[in-house]
Design a protein around this ligand. Structure first.
Ligand SMILES: CC(C)(COP(=O)(O)OP(=O)(O)OC[C@H]1O[C@@H](n2cnc3c(N)ncnc32)[C@H](O)[C@@H]1OP(=O)(O)O)[C@@H](O)C(=O)NCCC(=O)NCCS
Length: 209
């Protein structure tokens, strides 16, 4: 997994200021997301932020928000599921608190090595509907291109209106499938999953035509 500690370690071992992965040099970045939010910082995630992310996901799953009920049985299970991923945190610049997490995991829909990405996005409950989800998705696309992923699959529950709105707003995604039984909600009902695909090898303009 690529976390802040690993990035610092890599940079320490590189002489002359040349970064081993060119993208590492551009983070952290300070961003203005929307008028509803103060400035935020996008950076690699720390170990403790990964643990916080796990708890945010567990809370979301408990209310049927984007993650299946008991999708992850423990933090170890979660970490295992996202092994090999690149993890980013969006924090409040002033207070340093975690507002949203973005994890670029390897897609299970590609039977090969690390070439197709599956973005996990979660926004802290109290900071939703302020533009952070859309910001994270746009960053997920940009970061994925920088890392050389060739494509992105998003697997989202059919009842996830927020992420469906974000996908529609950004454009350039193709709905390529629907799994009738995608996950389970806390009430015991099954929910379908919709699968979206984005080609990351063609430019933004061509993806939006
Ligand atoms: C999905 C999620 C990341 C969206 O984050 P967010 O910061 O609330 O989203 P944004 O503020 O960027 O909203 C984007 C759009 O969705 C709309 N939206 C957000 N939440 C909504 C809701 N509950 N119902 C209807 N529309 C909603 C917003 O109004 C906005 O549309 P607009 O620009 O036309 O007004 C967030 O709800 C979340 O963390 N959910 C739990 C985890 C999850 O579902 N992750 C995705 C798994 S694939």
């Amino acid at each position: 997994m690529l976390l802040r500690q690993e990035v610092d370690e890599k940079n320490k071992n590189i002489s002359g200021g040349n970064k081993m992965v060119s993208f590492l040099g551009t983070l952290p970045s300070i961003e203005s997301v929307s008028s509803a939010l103060p400035a935020v910082v996008l950076d690699y995630m720390t170990e403790s932020q990964l643990t916080e992310t796990y708890h945010m996901i567990q809370k979301a799953a408990k209310y049927g928000h984007g993650f299946g009920f008991q999708e992850f049985s423990s933090e170890d299970d979660f970490r295992n599921e996202i092994s090999g991923s690149r993890c980013f945190a969006v924090t409040c610049k002033e207070e340093g608190t975690l507002l949203a997490s973005l994890i670029l995991a390897q897609s299970k829909f590609y039977r090969g090595s690390d070439q197709v990405v599956d973005p996990y996005i979660i926004v802290k409950y109290s900071d939703r509907c302020k533009g952070l989800g859309e910001f994270c998705m746009r960053q997920a696309i940009k970061l994925s291109v920088s890392f050389g992923y060739i494509a992105m699959y998003i697997d989202t529950f059919a009842n996830n209106v927020a992420i469906l709105r974000i996908i529609d707003k950004i454009g350039g995604f193709q709905q390529v499938g629907c799994l009738p039984v995608g996950g389970c909600l806390p009430c015991g009902k099954f929910v379908p999953s919709i699968i979206f695909y984005r080609n990351l090898l063609i430019g933004e303009e061509n993806n939006n035509t």
